[in-house]
Design a protein around this ligand. Structure first.
Ligand SMILES: [Zn+2]
Ligand SMILES: [Zn+2]
Length: 338
C-alpha cells in the first residue's frame, strides 16, 4: 500500500446527520464552521424595493432536514490540488437529494463514494447520489468510483422478540447499473492521489467495544438469520493534516470509536490523533462504555471531537465535561474547515 500523503486542509460538508441546529455557534478556535442561520439567510435574494430595503429572505426551505444516518462530503486540499470523497449517503434518497438542493455543493467534484459499512442508514441514498453526481459531471468526465466492502449481507437486522429486518442495501448490480466504477477491496488502501486512506478490518482491542448488540444478518441461500454483532465489514476513512495530525471519519463505530482511532494510528507514521468525525454509536450504550470511551479519548489526546449520527447526547455531555474545549457537535448543513 502507498503511504498516506500529508494534506494542507480539509473541508467537510455535513449533507446528512441526525441533528439540525443552525443556531448554536462552533466554539472551537481551530475549526472554521459555517452553514448556520447567517449563511442560510444569505442564500435567497429578493428585490429590496418590495420589502422595505431587505435584500435577503431567510427561507425555511434553505434549512437542511435531519435524518437517522450520515453523509459527509469531504475535500482534501494539498496546494492547488483538491480531491473529494462522499463518505456514506444517508438513509434514503429523498433526504440526500433535498439536503443537496439546499446546500448546493459542487457534486461534480466528487470522485469517490466510500460506504463505511453495509447498513441502510448509510447506503440508502447511494443510487440517487451516484446519478446526481454523474448528472453534475456531464458525459465527458470520469464516472464516480464506489468503494464498498466485498461481503454484502442479503439483509441486516436486529433480533428483538423475533428478527426485525432492515431494508436491503443497494446491490452490486444496482450500483454497476448507474455506470459507477465498483471497487470492492478488502485490505487497507489509499485513494485519490494518496490523500485519503480507507482502512481494512478494524481490530477489536478494547474490552468494552463489543459491537452491535442483537445484530443479525440474513442468508437467503439458507433462508435463515444468524448472529452478526461485530459488523466486520466496517471501515474508516482517514487523512493526515500537515502539522496537526490524523483525522478519522467513522460511519457508525460498530467497531468502537476507540478501536478505530487506535487502528488509524498504525497508519499515521508518528502523527498524533487530531480529530474524530462521525457516528460513535453510543446513543444507547451503557454509562460505563461512554465513560470508558471518553477516558480513552483523553489518553489518545485528539484536539477536536466531532460526534454526530448515532453518538447520542450523553457522550457529547461527557466530552464537554471531561475534555473541555474539544467538542464540536456535528449538525446537518454545517461546513467545517480543519
Ligand atoms: Zn450501522
Ligand atoms: Zn448508522
Amino acid at each position: 500500500m502507498s503511504r498516506l500523503a500529508e494534506i494542507d486542509s480539509l473541508e467537510v460538508v455535513v449533507i446528512v446527520d441526525n441533528e439540525v441546529d443552525p443556531m448554536s455557534p462552533c466554539m472551537h478556535p481551530s475549526v472554521q464552521a459555517s452553514g448556520g442561520m447567517r449563511d442560510i439567510s444569505m442564500k435567497s435574494t429578493i428585490h429590496p424595493e418590495n420589502r422595505g430595503g431587505a435584500n435577503f429572505e431567510l427561507r425555511m426551505d434553505n434549512i437542511c432536514c435531519g435524518a437517522h444516518g450520515l453523509s459527509l462530503m469531504i475535500t482534501a486540499v494539498q496546494g492547488e490540488k483538491r480531491r473529494t470523497v462522499l463518505f456514506d449517503t444517508g438513509p434514503e434518497e429523498d433526504t440526500w437529494e433535498r439536503n443537496v438542493r439546499r446546500l448546493r455543493p459542487n457534486l461534480a467534484s466528487i470522485k469517490l463514494i466510500q460506504l463505511s459499512h453495509w447498513h441502510r442508514d448509510h447506503s440508502g441514498g447511494m443510487l440517487r447520489a451516484i446519478r446526481m453526481i454523474h448528472t453534475a459531471k456531464g458525459p465527458s468526465e470520469d464516472r464516480v468510483i464506489v468503494d464498498v466492502h466485498p461481503n454484502r449481507p442479503d439483509y441486516r437486522g436486529i433480533m428483538a422478540t423475533g428478527p426485525v429486518s432492515l431494508e436491503a442495501d443497494p446491490s452490486f448490480e444496482e450500483i454497476k447499473a448507474t455506470g459507477a466504477i465498483l471497487s470492492r477491496p478488502n485490505e487497507p488502501h489509499t485513494v485519490l492521489d494518496d490523500m485519503f486512506l480507507i482502512s481494512g478490518e478494524i481490530p477489536r482491542v478494547t474490552p468494552y467495544e463489543t459491537g452491535f448488540k442483537r445484530g443479525i444478518r440474513f442468508d437467503s441461500s439458507k433462508g435463515t438469520w444468524k448472529k452478526d454483532e461485530l459488523i466486520l465489514d466496517e471501515r474508516f476513512l482517514m487523512c493526515n493534516l500537515k502539522g496537526k495530525g490524523v483525522v478519522v471519519f467513522t460511519g457508525c463505530s460498530h467497531a468502537g470509536a476507540i478501536n478505530a482511532s487506535k487502528h488509524a494510528m498504525q497508519f499515521s507514521e508518528g502523527s498524533p490523533l487530531y480529530c474524530v468525525v462521525g457516528g460513535y454509536h453510543l446513543a444507547d450504550a451503557e454509562v460505563s462504555q461512554i465513560q470508558e470511551t471518553v477516558r480513552d479519548f483523553r489518553k489518545l489526546g485528539p484536539k477536536i471531537l466531532i460526534p454526530g449520527h448515532c453518538s447520542g447526547w450523553r457522550v457529547k455531555y461527557e466530552i464537554e465535561k471531561k475534555m473541555p474545549g474539544c467538542l464540536v457537535p456535528s449538525f446537518v448543513g454545517s461546513k467545517f474547515i480543519l
